[in-house]
Design a protein around this ligand. Sequence first.
Ligand SMILES: [Fe+2]
Length: 207
Amino acid sequence: MAKKEIPAARQTAISAQPRIHQRAAELQAYGTVSHALPLELEEPVRLEMTEQLNLLLADTMTLRDLYKKSHWQVAGPTFYQLHLLFDKHYDEQVEIVDVIAERIQLLGGVSLAMAADVAETTRIERPPRGREEVPVQLSRLLDAHQIIIAHCRQLSRRASEIGDDGTNDMVVSDVLRANELQVWFLSEHLVDAPLVHAREPLQRKAG
Ligand SMILES: [Fe+2]
């Protein structure tokens, strides 16, 4: 009886070994945008917006991490409430990071992702590794918010000026408003209000 022919495609040995340690050239270089997309936004507009959004992303990722650092390292009589508040704001910043990064990708760009790249890009001052007092933690967080808020105002105006309404809307609705609200929650903790004893009313001057 004649031997059955095995088709050439099935002659390669099948292996259960995963193909690990693979590397290849990048699909797309950082700082570029896909040449043509059906978004009705010209390449120069998408280049400028993705560059600006990557700055906003780096600052937002840094603020996000500053919140986790503060959540872990907070100390003092307000430990519990601040521990919870810092983590709530952290979770909200995680969402914002994703919204910004995906906006960069949908505009045809490449989002920053890794900590080393973020550290090289952010404008937020690097804190020490050690623990700091609550007023300093709050001040650092507020300074970081201020940088982000200032950038949001400038970036949203520029986005609508050059016709990128989607970026304008995202920056105002998702980033700016959330940051403004978090600033309020933080800054109220820096009001020097009495904790237990009310202050004496001011004495009227006689005569
Ligand atoms: Fe935690």
